[in-house]
Structure formats: C-alpha cells, structure tokens
Design a protein around this ligand. Structure first.
Ligand SMILES: Cc1ncc(COP(=O)(O)O)c(C=O)c1O
Length: 379
C-alpha cells in the first residue's frame, strides 16, 4: 500500500471560513478591528501587555531590532532559518553565530557567554521546532551584560518554559507561515510588555505613521497622519487577522494533538539504534512545530530518498546552517566552535507531523523508516 504523507498540511474549520467572510463583509481588509482583536487575544494568550500584528516573523524581527536601536553585535544560533540572521544584517547590525545543544537544537548558554564582547548588544534565542530555548540562563546573561533579548519564536507558539510562554521573556517575534502551530498564510506578531516599544514597533510597521486607519476613523479629522520615522509597510491584512483570531481559539487543542502524535512517534522510534528521538527538557512544554529525529550510521541522503520515494515528505531543517550559507560565510568567526551545529545539519530529519495526521499515516511513516534504515546503513 502506498500513501502520501506531507510534511505538514494546514486544516481550516468552518469557523475559520466564517471568520474570513465576516472580515470581507466588514470592509476592514487591513489594520482595522480584526487586527486589534487578534492582537488583544494574542497578548492575553501570552500574558503580555502588547502584541503588534505584522506581515511575517522576518518583519517582526527587523522592527524589533530597529525599535531597540541595535547596531552592534547580535548573538544568534547558526542552527536556524536564515531569516533570523537576515533581520540582524538588514537592521545594520552584525550577527555572531554560536553553537546549540545536541539534544534540543537550542542555543547553548555557555556558547553565548563565550561570545559576549564589548560590542554585543542583543541575543536572539530561537525556540527551535516547538521547544523553548533555556531562558533562565539566557535572561541571567542578558541582565548581567545589559543585553536586549529578542526571542525568535517563529517555530514555537504556545510553548512554555517554567510555565511561562515563549515570546514573553523579552521581545517576542512569531511567524504564522503555513508550517507553524498557528497559520494565517503569511503573518507575524511582535509581543512586549513595554508600551513605548509597542508604539515604536507599530509605527515602523505602518509607514512610520503613529496611528492606524481604524483609530483615525474615530477622530474628527481622520485624514491627519503623523509620520515620525521612515517606516515600512509590514502590516498584516484583516483577512489574516481574522484567520488568526479563529485559529488562536483552538491553538492549545492543536498543540495537544501535536504532543500526542509526537509521543506516539517517540514510543515507536526510541529503541531504534540508528535514531535519536527528540528530547523534552524538564523545564519545557514542547509544542512540536516539528518532530525531528537525528539519524546515525546511515547515509541520510539515501534514507531521505527512500522515504520520499514512498511518498513521505521527510526533509532537512537546516542544512547548510546559516554560517555556511554563501552570504554569511564572511560573518563566521573560525575560532567559534560550531561543531554541534555542523553535526546536526548532517543528521537531522524532521518527519511529517500536523494535527490532522492520521494513525494510518503515522504507522506508514514508522514502517518505512525501518525499511529505509535497512537500505541506507553506512559502514
Ligand atoms: C526560526 C525562524 N525564524 C524566522 C522565520 C521567518 O518567518 P516568516 O516566514 O514568517 O518571515 C522562520 C520561518 O520559517 C523560522 O523558522
């Protein structure tokens, strides 16, 4: 029997579709009441004072760096999507790549400590694949050295560290791209407890103008706009916000399903010698944006080819790591130990996982993993 198992597939409910119709009928296609509601709901969900909707996590990261006036060195993991580093460069700052921990693929606090210099201004921990980075030591380092913390929580929406949501420790940046725990197609959010910062970010994300069209509409002279900075158009559309409102209501349920599917995979895969299954840190509530295994003593390319030939969309996330990307080689300090990152980029394999995944699909993936190992063992 042959099945097709995508890496992910978003599922939309009648409530999502009704919400989209509500937005269309309202006429508020952008920057209106739906954005306000999504922001309020998201801030409440995270237990922070402010959430600002934007069009992507890349934009969220960039406006956060700009709002914090970061121009010096920014410590980031190299084991991340290139968007994290792009935001640093686009803000006029310098990325400093550090290593991650093998078990969690999350930034290693000791590696951060070793890379802090007089020029360091910020740290961007990336919460990898649904699990929080170790925020206690990271926040302690930031406090000690007076560094800004901008969390790249693109891959972790609803994850917890010591009971606190990722994105609520520093300035939080989220992505609502289709592979994420909550999707609006494209989209992002910035979260912060600072009213001043939220206002700056809101302004930068909307052409440098201090008020939204929705707010101006409620004044006597709605045509009066005040531009205080040279901003961007990073606004989220009302349709995306509508979808976000509706998806947020069932985010926890979707995350619980992800966790159930992940634990099923782990039970079946943990005794296979050639596989390291994901490790859940004791302090964390993992929301499995990805279920990543690490393969050992197998030729990964052959292993993946076999799975893909069987209709299973297993993939690699991330190879090459950012410090080996053509543009970023020049930022790589060769004295920095990035051996774990290099090793992970050679052996990591995210498997299909999404809330609508069926038991039949999961059994099919596991059976084919066993078969793929047999044909791809290396000496
Ligand atoms: C860690 C990380 N940061 C940033 C991004 C960029 O998100 P977006 O596509 O919303 O800009 C992604 C998206 O895949 C990501 O995985």
């Amino acid at each position: 029997m042959n099945l097709t198992v995508p890496l992910f597939t978003p599922r939309f409910t009648p409530a999502d579709k009704n919400q989209l119709l509500k937005v269309l009928h309202s006429g508020w296609l952008t920057h209106g009441p739906f954005n306000e509601k999504f922001e309020t709901d998201f801030a409440r969900y995270l237990d922070v004072n402010h959430a600002v909707s934007v069009n992507s996590c890349a934009s969220a990261l960039l406006v956060s760096l700009i709002a914090h006036k970061i121009k010096g060195e920014v410590i980031i993991p190299s084991f991340t999507f290139v968007a994290t580093a792009n935001a640093v460069v686009n803000a006029g700052a310098t990325p400093v790549f550090v290593d991650v921990s093998y078990d969690t693929c999350n930034i290693n606090p000791q590696a951060i400590n070793a890379s802090i210099t007089k020029r360091t201004e910020a740290i961007i921990p990336v919460h990898f694949g649904g699990q929080s980075a170790p925020m206690k030591p990271i926040m302690a380092l930031a406090q000690k050295h007076k560094l800004v913390v901008i969390e790249d929580s693109a891959e972790t929406i609803g994850g917890l560290y010591q009971g606190k949501k990722t994105g609520s420790f520093g300035t939080g940046c989220f992505s609502f791209y289709p592979t994420k725990n909550l999707t609006t197609g494209e989209g992002g959010m910035v979260t912060t407890n600072s009213t001043r910062l939220a206002s700056i970010i809101r302004t930068y994300a909307a052409h440098g103008i201090t008020t939204t069209a929705f707010i101006r509409q409620q004044t006597k002279q709605p045509w009066l706009r005040t531009a205080t900075v040279a901003g961007y158009n990073f606004r989220m559309s009302g349709l995306q916000a509508g979808l976000g409102i509706s998806q947020l209501k069932r985010l926890d349920t979707m995350n619980r399903t992800r966790r159930r599917l992940a634990s099923w995979y782990t039970r079946r895969l943990k005794n296979i010698e050639e596989i390291d299954v994901p490790v859940e840190s004791p302090n964390c509530y993992h929301v499995y944006q990805m279920y990543t295994i690490k393969v050992k003593k197998v030729d990964r390319t052959k292993f993946l080819a076999k799975l893909r030939q069987r209709g299973i969309d297993a993939t690699v996330h991330f190879d090459p790591p950012v410090h080996k990307q053509l543009f970023y080689k020049k930022f790589c300090d060769h004295r920095t130990d990035l051996s774990v990152t290099n090793r992970l980029s050679r052996n990591i394999v995210p498997l299909p996982l999404f809330p609508a995944m069926t038991q039949q699909q999961q059994v099919y993936v596991v059976n084919n993993i066993k078969a793929a190992i047999k044909v791809s063992r290396s000496s």
